[in-house]
Design a protein around this ligand. Structure first.
Ligand code: M6R
Length: 615
């Protein structure tokens, strides 16, 4: 949930660390800090707030020289976000410093033991306990830093990605990972350490991703040695060549990452089906599905596990899989699934969906499903992420880096992958005729072009947003395939604009939420022409007669809803099962513009972080 950056080499470390922290701010942004070593001493600056606050503070407080340094941007778990609790944390002697992403669960017990031995603590954090534990082990056992880190980590319970530096041994970092990601960029006589590769893309394309329970000593000019934390055995690290470009992680002229990512959806969806949807040949090819076709065809049930927006994509997939393949589907919040001793049968297939591939609850749910013998298939965006590695097989979404905390292109590309899977399995099972299958291939291939067209509604959406920016509540309604889209629309609005919003199946309105409707309640209704259209029109009438303000998402050429609704936004026509891919777009734009007009920090909403690597 935090971002960490380290640099050790021959360049000035400060600008590398600061720009790296800015790129990692999506991981947490309630405080930030940096420690630099200039050849003589360690200089530390840390502050509550964002990296921009850190820049201001370090300009006043430290000289920004030195070619070794570590930095951190935090999403608070233990201890309030304030200057003292910000990372880096130093040991009692002041010799060792650490940055940490994760949680040390048994820190209280360890803290008591250390206090009994005379250690004092300035912060409320688990991290300060860890660095003092390392110092204690180093002194007591009279061992080098690497060994001390290893012994200490074998005493902790929890999750971590850490970079540790000893000012008395200023030619190395000790790094380790368990449950939180850590990448090492390998340059010429220099190393870059970071929570993901974005901070060092302009310096090197060669990287190692530490696996769980691995640690390494990183010394410029020396080969990196990776070991298992538990038994000290050496591991041969896999050096990958990164495919990501710098442009992909920059705003590219857009005011916010979220807007850029909304507009990237046509490209992202094309990249997601490229090489898989072969319309000329009339087939779908997905390696992860082909290799496990028998398992899929024998499945009695599919269980989808995910959180947040990915869970909404799972709900859309439930409708699609059941309709296309006739395999029963259950969709579970990973956070519930992992703690409720779920019944899993031999022939169940579990699909785990996650943009980041690092969500702690989803990861734990996967481990649980595996321990009960299930085959687990991952749908992830981040290549090489923990979930991608933990699952038996999978399919990437190819959305490209999603930096805005509110998920947009991740959602539509997840639906694309899941639709491709359902179509492929439907053909293999014989539950869909070849002509229907071909018409879906054709329609799916047209979706990016239709989104491009749809994105032109920008100005119209802005005008609607202007009229509702002071609302305090908002209701989203949809039916069938578009019920999950209503949930997703409501989530987008609440997370970036802080307006309370609820998503409901349109027909459920009369079982309670209708009581909320009055002339101040905007109700966004997804009413495409295919799929329960008349029923949704009746629901719209019910809202109208209670004076609710109706913003309807309708298919181009609609006339009936236009007569009743206060505003309509038209989407191009498509197959009912594919309509979520279009209906979602105006909802993303509405939330975006309302949030911008309310002066909210769209890319970094309060209290949130992009990947939730803690429970
Ligand atoms: O990386 P994941 O897809 O596993 O993340 C799951 C949720 O944390 C995420 O979708 C969250 O709900 C987003 N902020 C929604 O916009």
């Amino acid at each position: 949930m935090c971002g960490i950056v380290g640099y050790i080499g021959h360049r000035e470390a400060y600008p590398i660390i600061i720009s790296g922290l800015k790129r990692l701010e999506y991981r947490g942004y309630d405080s930030a800090g940096i420690a630099l070593y200039d050849g003589n001493d360690l200089k530390v600056a840390k502050t509550k707030g964002k990296v921009s606050d850190l820049i201001e503070k370090s300009s006043k407080e430290i000289t920004k020289t030195g070619s070794i340094g570590i930095g951190h941007t935090r999403w608070a778990t233990h201890g309030a976000p304030n200057d003292v609790n910000s990372h880096p944390h130093a040991s009692n002697s002041g010799d060792l410093v650490i940055v940490h992403n994760g949680i040390i669960e048994n820190y209280e017990g360890l803290k008591k033991e250390l206090m009994a031995r005379g250690y004092t603590f300035k912060s409320d954090t688990d991290t300060e306990v860890l660095i003092n534990l390392i110092e204690d082990v180093k002194k007591k056992e009279n061992v080098k830093l690497g060994k001390a880190v290893q012994i200490a980590l074998n005493q902790v319970i929890g999750a971590y990605a850490i970079v540790v530096f000893d000012k008395n041994k200023p030619n190395e970092f000790v790094i380790a990972r368990l449950g939180s990601p850590l990448a090492v960029g390998i340059g010429k006589d220099e190393f870059f350490i970071a929570s993901d590769a974005s901070p060092f893309l302009e310096y090197t394309k060669n990287a190692i991703y530490l696996e769980d329970e691995e640690m390494a000593i990183v010394r410029p000019g020396k080969e990196i040695k990776v070991r298992k934390i538990k038994d000290d055995s050496l591991v041969v690290p896999y050096v990958q060549e990164l495919q990501m470009n710098l442009e992909e992680i920059e705003k590219g002229g857009y005011e916010h990452f979220m807007l850029k990512e909304i507009h990237e959806q046509p490209r992202a969806i094309r990249d997601t089906y490229r090489g898989r949807l072969l319309s000329n040949e009339g087939i779908i090819k997905m390696a992860g599905v082909e290799d496990n076709m028998k398992t899929f065809l024998n499945a009695n049930r599919i269980i989808i596990i995910a959180c947040g927006t990915s869970w909404h994509a799972g709900l859309v997939a439930e409708y699609i899989f059941e309709e296309f393949t006739r395999i029963p589907v259950e969709v579970e919040y990973a956070s519930e699934f992992r703690y409720r001793n779920p019944v899993i049968y031999e022939n169940d297939v579990v699909i785990a969906i996650s943009q980041s591939g690092e969500t702690a609850d989803t990861l734990a749910a996967i481990k649980l499903a595996k321990s009960k013998g299930a085959f687990v298939f991952g749908v992830c965006n981040v290549v090489g992420s923990s979930i991608a590695r933990e699952t038996h097989a999978g399919a990437y979404t190819h959305a490209g880096p999603e930096i805005g905390v509110a998920s947009t292109k991740a959602f539509t590309t997840q639906i694309t992958v899941l639709t491709l899977m359902a179509l492929r399995l439907a053909r293999a099972k014989g539950t869909m005729s070849s002509s229907v299958f071909r018409s879906y291939l054709y329609e799916l291939e047209l979706i990016p072009q239709k989104i491009e067209e749809l994105l032109k509604v920008d100005e119209h959406v802005k005008n609607i947003a202007k009229q509702y920016l002071l609302s305090t509540n908002c209701l989203y309604l949809g039916r069938g395939y578009n019920f999950p889209v209503a949930l997703e629309g409501a989530l987008k609005l609440k997370e970036i604009s802080y307006i309370h919003a609820e998503g409901y199946p349109a027909a459920e309105m009369k079982h309670g939420p209708i009581a909320l409707i009055d002339d101040r309640m905007p109700v966004i209704v997804i009413a495409p022409s295919k799929g329960h259209y008349e029923k949704v029109v009746s629901n719209i009438q019910e809202i109208k007669s209670r004076k609710g303000k109706i913003i309807a998402i309708v298919t181009e050429g609609d006339t009936a809803v236009k007569e009743i609704a206060d505003h309509v936004i038209e989407i191009p026509d498509t197959e009912e099962a594919l309509s979520p891919l279009l209906a979602t777009i105006p909802l993303q734009l509405i939330s975006y513009y309302i949030a911008v007009m309310r002066n909210c920090n769209v890319d970094q909403p309060r209290n949130l972080a992009k990947s939730v690597t803690v429970e």
